[in-house]
Design a binder for this molecule. Structure first.
Ligand code: SF4
Ligand code: SF4
Length: 82
């Protein structure tokens, strides 16, 4: 599953540069995650880097984007190939 940022986000800016897939961007009010680019860090790291660093724990799984590990790996491969 891709992850998502809830409205508990305090716009602290620390997650955006940590994302290896450039999936995190500043939205209108809070930071947002592009589900087409988030692989839960599969392919890059063992743990989601944004979740590890977020001080307010506001990055759950996105229930609208259910994906298996294999699908996340496929997304990673596609992103790598440009
Ligand atoms: S889980 Fe990884 S790929 Fe997804 S938004 Fe967070 S840092 Fe980016
Ligand atoms: S680390 Fe958490 S609180 Fe900070 S900008 Fe990212 S989602 Fe928002």
């Amino acid at each position: 599953m891709a992850l998502m940022i809830t409205d508990d986000c305090i716009n602290c800016d620390v997650c955006e540069p940590e994302c290896p897939n450039d999936a995190i961007y500043q939205g209108e009010l809070i930071y947002e995650i592009d589900p087409n680019r988030c692989t839960e860090c599969v392919g890059h790291f063992g743990e989601p880097q944004c979740v590890e660093i977020c001080p307010v724990d506001c990055i759950p799984k996105n229930p609208d984007h259910e994906e298996s590990q294999a699908e996340l790996m496929e997304k990673y491969a596609k992103l790598q190939s440009g």
